[in-house]
Design a protein. Structure first.
Length: 202
């Protein structure tokens, strides 16, 4: 990939990573509840899931969705339902409790929650399919270009979410003081996003 093109791609990736979404909200929630150290498993799950979505998008998921449009409908339903459930659990949780340990299975749980949140938005499949194609040079090998793009986006997402996690961790005591309100705010955001996904499913 040409260095100038890569620079524009990297700048775009950081811009996209800074856009608020379900993953950023989940990172904030986990950072307050478990601390930034354990939240790295949430971040890792989200980053790897996004990387997988990028690969699948380039390999033709957008074309598949155009051929089988009903597939997008079911993806939207699944993503919306997941975020609604996540939001209701967060809303009903009440006061946020600090949990310094999660155990091996708990760490895997954080990882999978991060991954599920990343792919819960069905629009990322179509978005990446349209977005990545603008930076692909058909005269060069696809594998090398895809590797560079995936690594660049993963790095941008990892850096951005780590900053979000550390920031939330720094103000952890303040957020815990208003634990119930914080839980309900996060829950409401998740349910609102999930509801939008369900309402947009056609």
């Amino acid at each position: 990939m040409d260095i100038t093109l890569w620079f524009y791609f990297a700048a775009t990736c950081f811009g996209l990573a800074l856009t608020p979404g379900p993953n950023a909200m989940l990172v904030v929630t986990h950072s307050v509840k478990f601390g930034p150290s354990l939240t790295r498993f949430t971040i890792a799950g989200g980053v790897l899931a996004f990387a997988g979505v990028m690969v699948v998008s380039v390999l033709g998921i957008s074309a598949l969705l155009r051929v089988v449009p009903s597939l997008l409908y079911y993806i939207k339903l699944a993503g919306g339902a997941y975020l609604l459930v996540l939001g209701m659990k967060q809303w009903m949780q009440g006061t946020v409790k600090i949990t310094g340990k999660t155990g091996h299975s708990g760490k895997l749980g954080l990882f999978f929650q991060g991954a599920a949140s990343a792919v819960s938005n069905p629009k990322v499949f179509l978005f990446f399919g349209a977005f990545l194609s603008r930076f692909i040079n058909p005269q060069q090998a696809l594998a090398g270009q895809l590797a560079v793009m995936v690594l660049t986006f993963a790095l941008a997402e990892c850096i951005t979410e780590t900053v979000v996690s550390l920031t939330a961790g720094r103000y952890r005591d303040f957020l815990l003081t208003y634990g119930k309100q914080f839980s309900r705010f996060c829950g409401a955001v998740f349910m609102m996003i999930g509801g939008c996904f369900l309402l947009s499913a056609e």
